[in-house]
Design a protein around this ligand. Structure first.
Ligand code: CA
Length: 230
């Protein structure tokens, strides 16, 4: 196991140093950048497992760093740090492809739990391919494709789709999804799940005539079951 490398982009020196010390104590390897441009340069030139991006930064802000990473097809998982009240920024961040967010102030244990969730890989699974209709997911290579066309997913989107694909035809409630995909055992107080389903739909169902992700009004979401003949 190589050490997990974390990039922290945070201009508030106190918070940056609290995060660095807390994560180093847990065995993470941490680099810190104090503004968005320095953060983007590090993120694009060095290999990190996760980036922790503050939204409000001098110069290029966290959302702009995230947008640029995604425009360059950088799949680097991103956890956003937001201040209380930055709801629009938070939702914009999730739409741009952030994997999670944490509202300041937070306990280091919360951040560590999010990091573990984001970096966890599907290991030790007996089944390495999940499929419904012409949609396939390889848990080992983490490749997803529909009708042979590759689909790029963020870590969170992948996890969400994986949970849907593990029980085709079964409805997952928003609470179940929140617990399994985000490991939150509380209501995050946002339409997080709906935002992610919307993003996943765009990528998975997009222009295909046959829609695989179904909404069960008032209950939750499911992925269509395979026909019995398959
Ligand atoms: Ca800041």
């Amino acid at each position: 196991m190589h050490p997990v490398k974390i990039l922290v982009v945070e201009d508030e020196k106190k918070i940056a140093s609290f995060v660095r010390k807390g994560l180093e104590a847990q065995g993470f390897v941490v680099d810190v950048a104090h503004d968005g441009d320095a953060g983007l340069t590090l993120a694009t030139t060095r290999p990190y497992d996760v980036a922790i991006l503050d939204i409000m930064l001098p110069g290029r802000d966290g959302l702009s760093v995230l947008r640029t990473l995604r425009e360059r097809k950088q799949p680097l998982p991103v956890i956003l740090l937001t201040a209380r009240g930055e709801l629009n920024e938070r939702l914009e961040g999730l739409n741009l492809g952030a994997d999670d967010y944490l509202t300041k102030p937070f306990h280091i244990e919360e951040l560590v739990a999010r990091l573990h969730a984001v970096t966890r890989r599907a290991t030790g699974q007996s089944q390495s391919i999940l499929a419904v209709a012409d949609l396939t997911m390889n848990l080992l290579t983490r490749e997803v494709s529909r009708a042979g066309q590759p689909i790029e997913l963020t870590t969170r989107e992948f996890s969400l789709l994986e949970h849907l694909l593990r029980s085709p035809g079964r409805v997952l409630t928003r609470v179940e999804i929140t617990e399994r995909v985000w490991e939150y055992h509380f209501d995050p107080g946002t339409n997080l799940v709906d935002v992610y389903i919307q993003r996943l739909r765009k990528k998975v169902d997009g222009e295909f005539a046959e829609k695989l992700i179904e909404t069960v009004r008032g209950v939750g979401y499911r992925i269509r079951a395979n026909p019995k003949s398959e």
